[in-house]
Design a protein around this ligand. Structure first.
Ligand SMILES: [Zn+2]
Length: 215
């Protein structure tokens, strides 16, 4: 979803195929559901990037995403998560599908209105999941902001995050995420991209106006 704090842009040379993540198989090309656009984008998260993903498009036809969700559930199954947590918006849609496949509970993580890097869990769930093993899933992982915040929100509720997974790993996320999250991480597909903190964006430095795609 374009309105979440997760940087939504990604980048790859026009016409180049998505790169399969070394962690596992790529079924249908999920990245194409996200209608990638190349350019210079204000990602709305303090970052600028060179590709925009319409992640709302990922869930336009849930039946297309369901097989991908099932692949993620298969990968997560050995981690025996009692709950699957996903940051709103897109991550939560996916987390619900994965939780259903695993027979696990589903917990959305909400971005904090005043502190974008802090997410919160709904009160009833937060009170229930103390000591539970929790998997965190998101539709796309770029800088990892939303997944990191969801992991922290689960820990704050006394849960034990055991693994993280995504449909798409964007840019260096595929390689960096396991270390960054401190958890095993799996993505069905990886896309090359570049993103920079807005203050250090080389495209801005070159005088190229940044586009803010509609949310
Ligand atoms: Zn820029």
């Amino acid at each position: 979803m374009t309105s979440t704090p997760e940087p939504r842009g990604t980048g790859r040379p026009p016409g180049s195929p998505p790169v399969a993540c070394e962690h596992g198989p790529v079924g249908t090309d999920v990245s194409q559901f996200a209608r990638p656009r190349r350019g210079h984008f204000d990602l709305g998260t303090g970052y600028h990037g060179d590709l925009w993903l319409d992640l709302d498009g990922l869930f336009f036809r849930p039946a297309l995403v369901r097989p991908q969700a099932r692949l993620l559930a298969d990968w997560l199954r050995p981690y025996r998560a009692a709950a699957v947590c996903g940051p709103l918006a897109g991550g939560a849609f996916l987390a619900q599908m994965v939780a259903e496949d695993l027979g696990a509970a589903f917990v959305p993580a909400y971005p904090g209105p005043r502190q974008p890097g802090r997410f919160r869990l709904p009160a009833p769930a937060a009170g229930d999941i103390g000591g539970w093993r929790v998997a965190v899933v998101d539709d796309a992982v770029n800088a990892g902001t939303a997944v990191r915040a969801s992991i922290q929100a689960a820990r704050n509720a006394g849960a034990v995050p055991v693994a993280a997974a995504a449909l798409l790993a964007v840019g260096p996320a595929a390689a960096a995420a396991p270390r960054d999250f401190g958890l095993p991480f799996h993505a069905l597909a990886a896309l090359r991209s570049q993103a920079w903190p807005a203050g250090g964006c080389p495209l801005c430095r070159d005088g190229i106006p940044a586009e803010r795609p509609p949310a």
